[in-house]
Design a protein around this ligand. Structure first.
Ligand code: NI
Length: 170
């Protein structure tokens, strides 16, 4: 029997409020867009380029990539898994040496972990509040912030690569 419009309204949506994840899916699409941009920015990056600096006190691309890989591979998954420590981030990824290809692989793994994590995150969970550095913040705001960090640092890499190329081409 075909359900009436009235029945559809009442029973048609079998997704309970607690498992709805429309917002998480938008974040997943946004993160796809961000990681696609990053992939393009780091394509064919050489060791020489990764350690080049426009001035002595500048960060090089390797440093920025390490920072980004930590954000994508460690910090964002900690938010999705609910394992953020109230006292602050507790990993030491940035203090350990990583080969260039390892950093790029970690960013690609980060994309997978974040996509899968967002598939398993409900909108209700995104709205949950957590404590970081003694401040209350909801998961969604923290995810917005860290995804913005990735695109922000991606722009720095693009700028450094452009400057490197112009200096070498002289
Ligand atoms: Ni940063």
């Amino acid at each position: 029997m075909v359900a009436t419009t009235e029945e559809n309204t009442i029973y048609g949506n079998d997704t309970p409020q607690s498992t709805m994840n429309t917002q998480a899916q938008i974040l997943k699409q946004h993160s796809y867009y961000i990681f696609e941009r990053i992939e393009g920015t780091v394509k064919d990056l050489s060791e020489d380029e990764a350690t080049w600096k426009p001035c002595q006190d500048s960060n090089d691309i390797r440093w920025i990539l390490t920072h980004m890989a930590r954000i994508g591979r460690i910090l964002i998954p900690q938010i999705l898994e609910g394992t953020v420590k109230p006292g602050g981030w507790d990993d030491d990824y940035e203090r350990q040496p990583h080969a260039l290809n390892e950093l790029i692989e970690d960013l690609s793994k980060a994309h997978e972990i974040i996509s899968e994590g967002l598939d398993e995150t409900s909108d209700a969970e995104l709205g949950k509040s957590l404590t970081l550095w003694g401040r209350e913040i909801d998961c969604k705001s923290l995810l917005f912030h860290l995804l913005a960090e990735l695109i922000h640092h991606n722009g720095q890499i693009a700028m450094l690569r452009g400057t490197y190329k112009r200096c070498k081409d002289k």
